[in-house]
Write a protein that binds this ligand. Sequence first.
Ligand code: NAD
Length: 483
Amino acid sequence: MSNKGATKCEGSDPTPGTDPFEDMVRRLRGAFNLGQTRPAAFRMAQLEGLGRFLRENKQLLHDGLFQDPQKSPFDSDTSEIILCQNEVDLAIKNLQTWMKDKPADTNLLTKLDCAFTRKEPFGLVLIISPWNYPVNLTLVPLVGAIAAGNCVILKPSEISKGTEKVLAEELPQYLDQNCFAVALGGPEETQKLLEHKFDYIFFTGSSRVGKIIMTAAAKHLTPVTLELGGKNPCYVDDNCDPQTVANRLAWFRYFNTGQTCVAPDYVLCSPETRERLVPALQNAITRFYGDDPQNSPNLGRIISEKHFKRLKGLLSCGRVAIGGQSDENNLYIAPTVLVDVQETDKVMQEEIFGPILPLMTVSSLDEAIDFINRQEKPLALYAFSNNSQVVKQVLDQTSSGNFGGNSGFLYMTLPGLPFGGVGKSGMGRYHGKFSFDTFSNHRACLISPSGLEKLNEIRYPPYSSQAQKLLRWAMRSHSCTLL
Ligand code: NAD
């Protein structure tokens, strides 16, 4: 590729001994060491460039997103482009405030000193992203990394080819190419890239690859954020309006053809609620996608043959209550609801990541909570009930990265909320100011006056018993205003 901003490992068999990313890493690290990315004006200019990229390449991005996850322009706007634009706008508006040193309280011992936290850039950051929201999950972290003053290598997914191409060919034209670059390739190339030392790695993807990333980062003791996946439980209480719950569930489950990390993965409810929920879900699916969802412009396709085969295998778990049709030539799987599902079924053992919703019955709220707490901590957890105490009980007695009460994943659209996983679903958080903080080293600073040495005499040995008493007292006194 002629573009200085994008580098790929040509073919799947790079010449032994060569490192396709060496120049890129050297160039960016050199720029960081020269302090190029530190001034607020530089960060602002890059954020504005990113905003322009989003505005001027909207059609190309729509085309790219339609090519791979087959996203409609509306879905592309609402789940990808607008969210990036909001993050850019917020960062531009708040950059000066976020960058300010944050003063800290002193005690009597340090009363004449100036104590503050300095948010400084880490240095060279690597952002690795997946295919399912390939614009959002690449550029939203980039906003935080730029705002925090880092140089960045982006490694978009090789699977969402359409978006990868736009990011590689167009994005570098809007950013300083000495400080920002796009690296191309799949697992093999990414592992080559990971041999380099980075100052921070931000990874979004599967838990399986998350372990590979963390292992590579550990070699250099590089800090990481891991935004991973898993199974997101959804409890539906008997006290609910089944059609309201079904509408919300169906929208959040089948959006992006179910290929969403925060989608409700399975439902826990009583046998009675299940009986009311199934026809309501059928209503919602027909209303959203018509009698033949294969012809709906609002339902995409499965990203690859491999994922299609995996999902098709899950259709034999339990009993198909709704949908179940598939078409391999078209990578189509109908919006599906499974019932009579057991905990030991495959569909309850792995992240579904497709348009399939199993309903598993439990006999009580306590049993549902116990079931949830026996699983790995999920990225997202949902509870539906007309009784706010039930929603509160699920929230209070469980743990997850994110929580939706009578709702789905709209918390993701609010930059005032942190987004991230916990336990096996990930570590670290971002969005809005949380992104700026994630990509900043929070440096503790204490600056003393160079004079007034007489006042320090008391600190030095040998300690008289009176000095010891005074020092102990001074260290305990946080709010003393004597000096
Ligand atoms: P993935 O883990 O297969 O790939 C993610 C990235 O890692 C890609 O850029 C890919 O090139 C790279 N990669 C893949 N295999 C690698 C290897 N062996 N060594 C080094 N790098 C490798 O994930 P995916 O299939 O693209 O995305 C789906 C997964 O991502 C799901 O598990 C989903 O839950 C998760 N996800 C999480 C979030 C979140 O915000 N927590 C968001 C979207 C997707």
